[in-house]
Design a protein around this ligand. Structure first.
Ligand code: B3K
Ligand code: ZN
Length: 887
């Protein structure tokens, strides 16, 4: 504490300060005696001085947090208290450790008191660990950094009745009985790994088993551990796992490397899942699925996350990160791999649209906000704040671009080289790029700017046409981001084609490479001025502008590339909506505004009109909808309110909401007969299936239902809700009712709650539906937070209400009164005392105050200040709040 009694701000960790560890750990032997409040952890570390570290006499530094040290013995001799230096945060520093030494410690920890869900904790009475990024230090003293890779053996001991199942990493290596009703099991992991991949799961769980034979003939015993009663809900996850294992063999030649692959599913988990070696731990949300309880989106999410965690076995586990600044080395690459896998399982085009939609919904705003950071960040206060859309999704886009530039074959060669060179190493993003460069013979030094520079590049198109010669001029610029005022041009791969007036391709499709701030690309011998079809497949994560409405409409109808067709219809709708918002803004005095959710165009008495161009695009889409229902469902969806807000310098949440609601209602009315017909035609006759075609049909059918609902026709939704036999249809119908003023609304909500109150994952949906409904204002959201089923200690429940409200209900969150902001800040403050990782994540929506008008911005800042003023704020929440205020 300083003299003014202000606690000093938590330190910033910088990439440039990286130093190799003074000691390596060759072998770790853990003995963990599990107990809810007094778990004993004995650790034996075989240490060796790191030949690559500077300072031949440097001290041994061990991280530690919330540990009660019982004993420490170095090479057989107890270490007296005065040999133990104490590091900030709870670690230990031991001077005078010989170059090779054995350290034995014993600590006591309380899983029951651990509401952070980092380290060892209890979920539903079962023991579970989460160590990434820095949770292992909450289990034992250890150099808890990814560049210390060690071999582990783990012996677990627990009460047999309470914990019949005892799991850890690697292969099982013996088990037996102990006195007093206790038993033990030992696990040996032959592969060296960083501490963040350590895991323990113990409790009363049941296994769903299967097996997999690798292509070299290794038999792998697969098991998914769940709570009793959930055994019937693991089939999709198991099937996804087996398909992932096969895909990685076929696509990258990568085989699984242990005798067992275990997954355990738990209800209390800070994120989706975790790739611990041989023992993945999952949020139940990404394992459990039955048609009655899981939506099609849940099924897709399970496939993706199971694959993602499995793929980490090579990209993350066998080859890991030197330090946490390299996080995208494993995350960007592994997201790229899971996206590729999912694309291979069904419609690649529709998968791409969904991925791009997600990128724009989460990553583009992040890149334009106070937390903007490069894919490889330069500094952080709390690493858990950097598991971001930028590191994951933009990181995946960067890998994808690299593959486009060097070609699929060279990319595969580069992957082989990367793994051959770096197996069992902790490496950097430069190492990955170097492997790609060496394998392809392409100089990627300029391309590496994508890893170093934050912000979304903006591309502008200009055209000239004369004498059969078409000149396409592309200019790029990247807006400044915090700490990076100046930006350099980045190499942008632009996959493109030219469409002639008749709607046919008039030039060979090409991949242009825009490397400079501005470049001309010339096409000769054209009979007429073509329309450029740019960024096919979204070949680069950039914003593109400069095409006219007319060109967008043409591309929406004629492009051969599904992505550009979808994109053009979205851009067309965006431009139309922005113009309508501008019209409202310029003509209405703010004070008289009233937002009517009915979609009846009431906005201070003004009447909006449905633009005929948009109606025509919608009509054309509907005409072809049955050709590709999944695509049509994506293309029929209007851009979200958040997306429209992101296109404005100063957003106007009320006007955006009014315009979007109006358009949904107006389109619903205009095409009521066709939507009704689609709803009829697409009714499922046969058995329930979750293949891409079946999912696409349900998506289109429910899109039609939603348009009808927006037009005030809720009868179909009522009938569908009453008769639905799967969660996708039930929830889609309930959403229509919840967003409507139908008298059936309250009754349907109550019925849904009564039916599903014992199913936490379904109850989450009940909260989310209400949190995102325009009919839920901040007061109603706050009332939901007092519902007996709301629980601040369960991250899924918090996300389902608080996260969904703040990120998915912009009109209510940005209510002019500031009540939405106050609700969120109250929740952040309450959460910070329970689970700091989840609390810090919830801060983000308040950070985008610059996009709001002065009055809203001031209210958002005031709430940030209120959070910042809380004594004892966690460093994670502190970092988010202070960066949000500073920007
Ligand atoms: N690697 C984990 C994420 C860990 C998050 C720590 N705050 C899951 C994944 O990306 O696969
Ligand atoms: Zn991952």
């Amino acid at each position: 504490m300083s003299s003014t009694d202000q606690p000093s701000p938590p330190p910033t960790i910088r990439r440039e300060d990286y130093r190799p560890p003074a000691f390596l750990v060759e072998q770790v032997d853990l003995h963990i005696a599990l107990h809810p409040t007094a778990t004993r952890v004995r650790a034996r570390l075989a240490l060796r001085r790191n030949p690559d570290a500077a300072g031949a006499a440097a001290a041994l530094e061990l991280d530690g947090e919330a540990l009660r040290l019982l004993s420490a013995v170095l090479d057989g001799a107890p270490l007296p208290e005065d040999r133990l230096g104490h590091l900030p945060g709870g670690g230990l520093r031991i001077e005078g450790v010989p170059d090779a030494a054995v350290l034995e410690t014993e600590v006591e920890i309380s899983p029951e008191a651990n509401s952070e869900l980092s380290g060892l904790y209890l979920s539903g009475g079962n023991y579970v660990t989460q160590c990434e990024a820095e949770g292992f230090r909450r289990i034992t003293y250890f150099p808890d950094r990814p560049d210390v890779m060690a071999r582990y053996t783990t012996t677990l001991e627990a009460d047999r009745a309470a914990c019949p199942v005892l799991l850890s990493n690697g292969n099982p290596d013996g088990a037996g009985e102990l006195p007093d009703g206790r038993h033990w099991a030992r696990w040996v992991d032959p592969h060296p790994k960083p501490s963040y991949l350590f895991a323990v799961v113990a409790g009363d769980l049941v296994a769903v088993r299967d097996s997999f034979t690798t292509r070299s003939g290794r038999e792998v015993a697969l098991a998914i551990y769940v709570r009793r009663g959930d055994e019937d809900a693991c089939g999709h996850a198991m099937d996804s796992l087996k398909r992932s294992m096969r895909w990685d063999e076929e696509t990258y030649g990568l085989e699984y490397d242990l005798d067992v692959f275990n997954i355990a599913a738990v209800s209390d988990f800070n994120m989706g899942a975790m790739e611990n070696k041989g023992l993945n731990v999952f949020n139940t949300k990404y394992i459990l699925a039955r048609p009655e309880t899981a939506t099609d989106m849940d099924y897709e999410g399970i496939e993706t996350v199971v694959a993602h965690e499995y793929f980490h076995n090579w990209t993350g586990n066998r080859v890991t990160c030197r330090d946490w600044f390299q996080l995208s080395l494993k995350e960007g690459l592994t997201v790229f791999r899971d996206q590729h896998f999912s694309a291979d399982q069904g419609s690649a085009a529709v998968k791409r649209l969904a991925d791009v939609r997600r990128l724009r919904a989460a990553q583009f705003p992040e890149d334009a906000g106070p937390m903007a950071h490069p894919v490889r960040p330069d500094s952080y206060v709390e690493i858990n704040n950097f598991y971001t859309a930028t590191v994951y999704q933009k990181g995946a886009e960067v890998v994808r671009m690299m593959r486009a530039l060097i070609g699929a074959e060279n990319f595969r060669r580069g992957m082989d080289l990367y793994i051959a060179r770096h197996d069992n190493q902790a490496v950097t993003i430069e190492d990955f790029v170097r492997a790609m460069q060496d394998a392809s013979g392409t100089d990627l030094s300029r391309f590496s700017r994508w890893y170093a520079q934050a912000g979304t590049p903006e591309l502008r198109v200009r055209e000239a046409f004369a004498d059969g010669r078409y000149t396409l001029t592309l200019a790029q610029s990247t807006p400044p981001t915090p700490g990076q005022p100046e930006k350099l041009p980045v190499p942008v791969p632009v996959a493109m084609g030219l469409i002639g007036p008749e709607g046919a391709e008039v030039a060979e499709p090409r991949l242009l490479l825009l490397e400079e701030a501005e470049q001309d690309f010339v096409f000769e011998g054209l009979a007429a001025k073509p329309v450029p079809s740019l960024l096919r497949g979204f070949s680069a994560p950039v914003k593109l502008s400069g095409l006219t409405l007319e060109q967008l409409g043409f591309l929406a109808a004629h492009d051969t590339d599904a992505f550009v067709r979808w994109e053009s219809s979205q851009q067309y709708a965006t431009a139309t909506m922005l113009a309508m918002v501008e019209a409202l803004r310029s003509q209405e005095p703010k004070a008289e505004r009233a937002v009517h959710a009915s979609g009846d165009a009431a906005f201070s008495g003004r009447t909006l009109e449905l633009p005929e161009g948009l109606a025509a695009i919608t009509g054309a889409l509907l005409g072809r909808a049955l050709e590709d229902p999944a695509f049509a469902a994506e293309a029929l969806a209007l851009p979200s309110e958040e997306f429209i807000a992101d296109q404005m310098t100063i957003a106007d949440p009320e006007a955006i909401h009014a315009v979007r609601q109006f358009l949904r209602g107006a389109l619903g009315r205009r095409f009521a007969a066709r939507f009704a017909a689609l709803h009829e035609t697409l009714a499922d006759a046969g058995p329930y299936r979750t293949d891409g075609a079946a999912i696409g049909r349900r998506a289109l059918r429910n899109a039609a239902l939603a348009y009808l609902g927006a037009a005030g026709e809720t009868g179909r939704a009522e009938a569908q809700f009453a008769g639905a036999t799967n969660m996708t249809d039930s929830l889609a119908a309930l959403r229509v009712l919840v967003d409507s003023d139908s008298p059936a609304r309250e009754q349907a909500l109550a019925a849904f709650h009564a039916r599903w109150k014992e199913e936490p994952l379904v109850l989450d949906k009940w909260f989310t539906l209400q949190a995102m409904s325009p009919r839920t204002d901040a007061a109603a959201a706050e009332a939901l937070s007092r519902h007996p089923d709301f629980d601040l200690r369960n991250p899924n429940r918090v996300r389902s209400l608080v996260g969904a409200f703040a990120a998915g209900n912009p009109a209510a969150f940005h209510a002019a009164s500031g009540e939405g902001y106050r609700f969120l800040a109250d929740m952040v403050i309450a959460l910070d005392a329970v689970n700091t990782q989840v609390a810090a994540r919830m801060v983000s929506p308040l950070g985008h105050w610059k996009r709001q008008d002065a009055a809203r911005g001031a209210r958002m800042r005031a709430e940030l200040e209120r959070i910042a003023a809380r004594p004892g704020l966690s460093k994670g929440t502190y970092e988010k709040v202070s960066k949000s205020l500073a920007a």
